[in-house]
Design a protein around this ligand. Structure first.
Ligand code: NAD
Ligand code: TYD
Length: 354
């Protein structure tokens, strides 16, 4: 297969590219805007390995640019588009949502339009239509106090981030219903692992602890997330691409539902760092208390987890310890500006977490 991977220089996208190139004979082209979260270094091992790079290409560009997208989808005649591209951090969406909508709605629309054009050309010549995979999130369901979400549940996003992701999904569904596009949607759980930009809680708490900085725990710290290792997330998207039913929506649950306070305890224990680093700070606005998903639909097409939470977290911590040269350069002036905006007042008013 020839696949266009949008957002392939980010955390999950680069993992997908690495694993797909290793596990299949597919040809992959990455399109990435290289926002603050996109990082060419995430792909450097692939670019430096001739046995993989022969089936790989990189284009610096925006999914919301119709000229670039037409070339990469229609002219390149791809078999599939897998869209990871998004602004992905809830806290940033609360500070400023504009880019979330531009990429998550306008960008998705441009990708769908190009895929529709290609599908029409292929159908005229009797060829299989291209597949379109939209990588989405459990956050579209909103907070789930008890039980677990199934794919047919109503979407109730609570942050500008999750609202943009839900809007992207609805556009994808409309192209399925209206134009018969061969679409798929995955809803992945909170993901952790190597190469995750340090704004998200797992790498933030690991890298802060390694620098002896405070860990800002929001509110009472009893919000719950179900942690999914990035290798499992990437492989599940591959299974959906290969075996998902046209029009299908697939939850990808994790293996480790934990309260944030317990996650924090596990990180500090493994790093042998003191609990006194933890500060209770002002809560996130509109903070979802819990996410949990049912994974039977994905299991029915033959996918199961490989990485248990405890081992996955230990390996991730070891990776951040061993790869300071990857994350230290990310703590640049832009990072400091964001960090100040998000945490300075919170930390100034914080109290130790007992
Ligand atoms: P990330 O922020 O690490 O990567 C996003 C990538 O998209 C970056 O490389 C960025 O440069 C690129 N990008 C952003 N806007 C773009 C645009 N307009 N055109 C082209 N490229 C653009 O995010 P991630 O954690 O790897 O998440 C990937 C996808 O998975 C996202 O769609 C996210 O919503 C979804 N997801 C993430 C998680 C998680 O826990 N991280 C969980 C479920 C779903
Ligand atoms: P995050 O990694 O931002 O993922 P998401 O918002 O997509 O779930 O946050 C995970 C949990 O950790 C969430 O409940 C918010 C909490 N959190 C903190 O307590 N402190 C922080 O500094 C951050 C970034 C998150």
């Amino acid at each position: 297969m020839k696949i266009l991977v949008c957002g392939g220089a980010g955390f999950i996208g680069s993992t997908f590219v690495r694993r797909r190139l290793t596990q299949t004979a597919d040809e992959l082209v990455v399109l990435d805007k290289l926002t603050y979260a996109g990082n060419r270094a995430n792909l450097s091992d692939i670019e430096g390995d001739p046995s993989l790079s022969i089936r790989y290409g990189f284009v610096h560009g925006d999914i919301a640019d119709p000229t670039v997208i037409r070339k990469l989808v229609v002219n390149a005649d791809v078999d599939a588009v897998v869209n990871f591209a998004a602004e992905s951090h809830v806290d940033r969406s609360i500070l400023d949502a504009e880019a979330f909508l531009r990429t998550g709605v306008v960008g998705v629309h441009i990708l769908l339009e190009a895929t529709r054009t290609l599908a029409a050309a292929r159908s005229a010549s009797g060829r299989r239509p291209p597949r379109f995979v939209q990588v989405s999130t459990d956050e579209v369901y909103g907070s789930v106090p008890v039980g677990s979400s199934v794919e047919t549940d109503v979407l109730a996003p609570a942050s500008p981030y999750s609202a943009a992701k839900a809007a992207g999904e609805l556009l994808v569904q409309s192209y399925r219903a209206t134009y018969g596009l061969d679409t798929l949607i995955t809803r992945g759980s909170n993901t952790y692992g190597p190469f995750q930009y340090p704004e998200k809680v797992v790498p933030l708490f690991i890298t802060n602890a390694l620098q002896n900085l405070a860990l800002p725990l929001y509110g009472d710290g009893l919000q719950r997330r179900d942690w999914l290792h990035v290798d499992d997330h990437a492989d599940a998207i591959g299974v959906v691409l290969d075996r998902g039913e046209p029009g299908g929506v697939y939850n990808i649950p994790g293996t480790g539902e934990r309260a944030n306070v317990d996650l924090t305890r596990a990180i500090l224990a493994q790093l042998d760092c003191p609990w006194s680093l933890v500060r209770t700070v002002e809560d996130r606005a509109g903070h979802d208390r819990r996410y949990a998903m049912d994974g039977s639909r994905l299991a029915a097409i033959g996918w199961s987890h490989r990485v248990a939470f405890e081992g996955g977290l230990a390996d991730t911590i070891a990776w951040y310890r061993a790869n300071e040269e990857w994350w230290r350069p990310l703590l640049n002036a832009d990072w400091t500006a964001y960090y100040d905006r998000q945490y300075r007042k919170r930390l100034a008013e914080s109290v130790p977490r007992g």
